[in-house]
Ligand binder design. Sequence first.
Ligand code: BES
Ligand code: ZN
Length: 884
Amino acid sequence: MIRTDTPQTIRLTDYRAPGYLINHVSLNVRLNREATRITARLDLLPNPASPDAGGPLVLDGQGLRLEAINIDGVPLTEDQYSLDNEHLTIHKLPQRAVCIETETTVDPSANKALSGLYLSNGVYCTQCEAEGFRRIAFFLDRPDVLSRYRVRLEARKSEAPQLLSNGNLVMAGDIVGSDRHFAIWEDPHLKPSYLFAMVAGDLACVEDSFTTRSGRKVLLQIYVEHGKEERCGWAMTSLKAAMKWDEERFGREYDLDRFMIVAVSDFNMGAMENKGLNIFNDKYVLASPDSATDQDYAHIESVIAHEYFHNWTGNRITCRDWFQLCLKEGLTVYRDQEFSSDIRSRPVKRISDVKLLRAQQFAEDAGPLAHPVRPSSYMEINNFYTATVYEKGAEVVRMLATLLGEEGFRKAMDIYFARHDGDAATVEDFVKCMEDASGRDLSQFFHWYEQAGTPQVMAQSRWLQSEGVFELTLTQSLAPTPGQPTKPDLDIPLAMGLVGPVGEDMPLDLEGTGVLNNPVIELREAVQVFRFRNVRQRPVPSLNRGFSAPVRLVSNFSAADEVALMGRDSDPFNRWEMAQNRASEIITRAIAAPDHAVSADLARGYGEALKRVLADNGLEDAFKALMAMLPGEQDLARELGSNVDPAAIHAARDALRRALGTQLEAELQRIWEALPTGGAYSPDPASAGRRSLGHAALDLLIAGDAASGAQLALGHFHAATNMTDKMGALNVLARIDCPQREEALSAFYDSHRSDPLLVDKWMTLNAVAPFEGAIARVRELMQHELFDITRPNRVRALIGSFAAMNPVQFNAPSGEGYELVAGVIEKLDGFNPQVAARLATNYRSWRALEPGRRAKAHDTLTRLRDRANVSRDTFEIISKSLEG
Ligand code: BES
Ligand code: ZN
């Protein structure tokens, strides 16, 4: 049966201010596993600024059982209101302030959607962004309704010794004559309903404090399952570093006396910035040397910072409507990226962020799910927490910072905080602050928020020796995306340099402007010629340094110039970029070659350049590690763009890995042997960099000689005294078909089967094998006693990783990979549409595949879309994937 009621599309142009405002909310929550009873008193009044004031009051509500309703203490009769699946409508209201009281019951134990009030390992917790509050109480569940909250929680004392909500604890006590107790919390700050949170359960608490710049002492608490206290140290360290950084870099202090973080194991997303009470997926809190890798440590640091930074960019200044999501998310990602850059290595962070941007956002932008950083329509808002809104949203903020300069950008942010504190703001409000601080007209720049797709910039250059002029011709273009057939020209800031023979940056004397202090040129027209004067020696142009603009750059620059920049550009990002370009070209040729053989000459040239990089004592290990990693298979697929055969890409990439592994064996061996084993573990960037370089070397060694490499890896696994080394070995072993792989995987399972986060790692290692048998293994693991489809982390670890990190097997020519994932989506969609829909985005590049796989993917998608009872979330993703 085909879905007949096509879900409604919500449009930005239909925005209307709320007809009513809710100044104060008083919740009384009596927690019970199967029937939690919630009384909500809303102090409500007509919004004088809205033409809808005086009309019917339509409250959002989903899955609520209405027990009672009154206005100013007078119960409503049945003709005064109506109920449907999503709303409670009160037909007529007195045109003055009133108090509406509803009493509802919900069943937390049955909530497997993990939105609203649910149980995670017996702990009551909530997730309200974007539209989960309506599963707790009837409300105007939209971000432009800001209220003060007072929350009374009540539960059985033995079941929930801790009762937490936003703000300050004002009272707590026992309920005499019963086994229950209560706590009352008040949040003095106005907030939208999506920032509401409550938690109740039996949790351990780790405490510390932070004294703000102005001398206020803030109590810091991290709540975790009993027994996990020892794993909270890194999260606490990261939180304090983030609080300090926001004071120093943005002048932002924390604004409550207490900041709480709760770690739960069942969570749809990574973490959530609820005011004063952040709730985290425990994988972004818990870390110890023997359970978390260097990467996990770095992620924890940045996610803790991200959610903390939302206190100003998101909470104090929130979004007017969900179309403005990038206002808080893009900006906060930019802030967390800058935080990590400041406390770690800036170039390494930038390269990692660009890798992520390309892998996720460029892929999204190139396919049927492409949308602007600020979308103009959606069916289900949960589908728009995307790489475009987050990662490209952060790039757009970064470009503004580049255009305004460090000081100018800080000034603009100060204006933004001063002008919009307490507001539900728009992207226009934000950009206006940038304009007012700089005096610039940013109307052309604004297209970055509205145009989907990755712009292409074509660069052609020539050196006019006799004139001493270097001429750079830049052409921009942007291909059509769904709903946007033509595109206006963008304002593209390109940081650049002209590199001289020994790697020095020549002065940039731009005709018509003069010598540039800030080495950034702006491409604003379709075609623009930039002429640099006094260029007496032939330069090598280095464009889009630091990836100043999220574009695809193509040029007529020679391979020799690329290799030169790889060896000596003063911009580390472009050294890496040139290495990636070279590698892509070599692999692309091998894809087209018989047996996917790699050109020995090209590989040798590349290997020599890489050898020089690895030998350079002036470079950080983490940077060298990135230099030694070839472009990913999906990056290569995206570059090809059509008729993609994932198996051919894998084979061609492997051929280059093998050639490098053989050619550089001696160097790699030296690096490998320098990797310390044993000894105390420290997650600091230098130690982590050493490990990542060692593991990158291992990856190439194993490509050069699988048998001896596998022995090395197995030895490393057994000798490892921390999780980073264990995973370093397993990550390479997992991808080759050898007995050492099976030995290491089962040893890992035996030691860590009782630790859920490590079981997740084990599931992923099993799912990423690029060879025959992977699909059967995943199917087998779906029957494993430790697989549980209701737990998002487990589903993502096994199925999400298979779909996203194993392109060869997910795209098996038989179509079995597609069917496997589709089967999970189908099941999951019945109770957790958010996670199901996200899993469904893995088919987004299906149209770029070669005809055989394309047909299989098309069949699977069509069947998924046309199911009875497909959720709105999954329907939107699949139908758009099929249409685009
Ligand atoms: N506000 C989001 C969490 C969220 C997203 C809630 C979607 C509901 C729906 C939070 O600030 C966030 O962005 N979390 C990210 C991690 C972050 C470090 C980018 C996440 O959960 O993936
Ligand atoms: Zn966020």
